[in-house]
Design a protein around this ligand. Structure first.
Ligand SMILES: Cc1cc2nc3c(=O)[nH]c(=O)nc-3n(C[C@H](O)[C@H](O)[C@H](O)COP(=O)(O)O)c2cc1C
Length: 175
C-alpha cells in the first residue's frame, strides 16, 4: 500500500514543514506501508477557476499545475493529511487543492494529523465532512499536536506519546 503524507500548509516559515517531516520519518520507522511526503507548496495549485467540474474532467485538467497535483495524488492508495487550522476551519489553500481534482481521491482512505492552538481538532472534524463527498474512508484515530505542548525552544519537540499515537493511526489506516 502506498500512503501519501500530504503537507497542506503553503505559508512561509510554516510550522507544518517540521511536522510533515516528522510524520514521514516516524511512518517509515513504523512501517506497514510505503510512505511519501507530498508538499502541496511544490505544486503551486492555482485557485479553482476552471469551468469544468473536476469530477467531470476524467483526470485531464486545463492547468499543468493541477495536472501534476492530480497525477501525484493518484499514485496513492491512502493519505495522511497534515493539516493546520485557520479560523476554526481547514486551511483555504489545502481545501482549494482538494477541490481542484476529484477522481484521484475517490474511495480511498484518509487519516489526519492536526496541529494548532487547539490541536487542529476543529479542522480535522471539518475535513471529515469534506472527504465524505469523495466517498473517502476516514480513520477515527488522529494525532492532535499542540503549538504549546509539542513545540519548544528548538521548534517541534513532540511529546513522548506522539509516536505511539501515530503508530495507531497508521495501523488503522493500513488495516
Ligand atoms: C489565518 C490564520 C488563522 C488561524 N486560525 C487558527 C485557529 O482558528 N485555530 C488555531 O488553533 N490556530 C489558528 N491559527 C494559528 C495556527 O495554528 C498557527 O499559525 C500554525 O503555525 C499554522 O500552521 P502553519 O504554520 O503550518 O501554516 C491561525 C493561523 C493563521 C495564519
Amino acid at each position: 500500500m502506498k500512503v501519501g503524507i500530504i503537507l497542506g500548509s503553503i505559508r512561509e516559515e510554516r510550522a507544518g514543514e517540521q511536522i510533515g517531516k516528522w510524520v514521514y520519518d516516524e511512518a517509515v520507522k513504523h512501517g506497514g506501508a510505503e510512505f511519501e511526503l507530498v508538499d502541496l507548496r511544490e505544486f503551486n495549485v492555482p485557485l479553482l477557476t476552471s469551468s469544468t467540474h473536476p469530477a467531470m474532467a476524467n483526470g485531464k485538467y486545463d492547468s499543468a499545475e493541477v495536472q501534476a497535483w492530480g497525477d501525484k495524488i493518484n499514485e496513492f492508495d491512502a493519505y495522511i493529511f497534515v493539516t493546520a487550522e485557520y479560523n476554526h476551519g481547514v486551511p483555504g489553500a489545502f481545501k482549494n487543492a482538494f477541490d481542484s481534482i476529484a477522481n484521484e481521491w475517490m474511495n480511498k482512505r484518509v487519516a489526519f494529523v492536526g496541529y494548532g492552538a487547539a490541536n487542529g481538532v476543529r479542522s480535522i472534524e471539518q475535513w471529515r465532512t469534506i472527504v465524505a463527498n469523495m466517498n473517502m474512508w476516514d480513520i477515527r484515530s488522529t494525532v492532535e499536536l499542540s503549538l504549546f505542548l509539542d513545540f519548544g525552544d528548538n521548534g517541534f519537540e513532540p511529546l513522548d506519546r506522539r509516536p505511539g499515537e501515530l503508530g495507531v493511526l497508521i495501523d488503522q489506516l493500513v488495516a
